[in-house]
Design a binder for this molecule. Structure first.
Ligand code: MN3
Length: 198
C-alpha cells in the first residue's frame, strides 16, 4: 500500500538544455524519493494508509503536517514530471487553448501571468494553472502545498504546475529563476495539460 516513485517517462538528459540532466537526476531520485519515504513513514500503521493521494490532499487540514509537506511533495512532483516532455513547448490545442484565450486574453498574456506567479512566490513553492469550476485560474502555493488541498487559498484541479524551489534550477541557473521559468515553456507537455483540463 506504500507510495512509490512513479516511472519517469524520459531520460534525465531528455529536457536538456532547458532542464539539465544532473538537476533532473537529483530532483527525481533524491528529492521526490525523500518526500515519498517521509510520507510513507507518516502514514504507516494509520488509516491514512487506505486513502489515495488525492484523498489525503483534499482532507489535509485535519492530517499531520508531515502529510501536508510530503504528500504535497509527492503529488506535486508526480504531476511536474508529466507536464514536461522532450520536444515540448509550443501552443496548447483545442479546448484548452480556447479557454486560455478566453480567460487570459491571449496565450502570451497567460504566459506572462503564469511566469509572474512563479517569480513573485517568495521563497519555495509552485505556480499553477488550475481549473476551478468553469474557470481557469493562475495561482501559486508555498512550500509543497497545492490547489487540491482543502487549506489552499485558491482551490482547483491542477492543469499545469512549475516547481520554483531553488533545487529545481540552482545548478544550471543559480539565482536566475526568471531564466528557468522562461526555459520551462520549451518543455511544457501541452498534450498532458490538455488531458488534465478535460
Ligand atoms: Mn522539487
Amino acid at each position: 500500500m506504500a507510495f512509490e516513485l512513479p516511472k519517469l517517462g524520459y531520460e534525465y538528459a531528455a529536457l536538456e538544455p532547458h532542464i539539465d540532466a544532473r538537476t533532473m537526476e537529483i530532483h527525481y531520485t533524491k528529492h521526490h524519493q525523500a518526500y515519498i519515504n517521509n510520507l510513507n513513514n507518516a502514514i504507516a500503521g494509520t488509516d491514512m494508509e487506505n486513502r489515495t493521494l488525492a484523498e489525503l490532499m483534499t482532507g489535509v487540514s485535519k492530517l499531520p503536517v508531515a502529510v501536508r509537506n510530503n504528500g504535497g511533495g509527492h503529488f506535486n512532483h508526480t504531476l511536474f514530471w508529466t507536464v514536461m516532455t522532450p520536444n515540448g513547448g509550443g501552443l496548447p490545442k483545442g479546448d484548452l487553448l480556447d479557454a486560455i484565450n478566453r480567460y487570459f486574453g491571449s496565450f502570451d498574456k497567460f504566459k506572462e501571468q503564469f511566469s509572474n506567479a512563479g517569480m513573485t512566490r517568495f521563497g519555495s513553492g509552485w505556480a499553477w494553472l488550475i481549473k476551478a469550476g468553469d474557470d481557469l485560474k493562475i495561482t501559486s502555493t508555498p512550500n509543497q502545498d497545492n490547489p487540491l488541498m482543502d487549506l489552499a487559498e485558491t482551490k482547483g484541479t491542477p492543469i499545469l504546475g512549475v516547481d520554483v524551489w531553488e533545487h529545481a534550477y540552482y545548478l544550471k541557473y543559480q539565482n536566475r529563476r526568471n531564466e528557468y521559468l522562461a526555459a520551462f515553456w520549451n518543455v511544457v507537455n501541452w498534450e498532458e495539460a490538455g488531458r488534465r483540463f478535460k
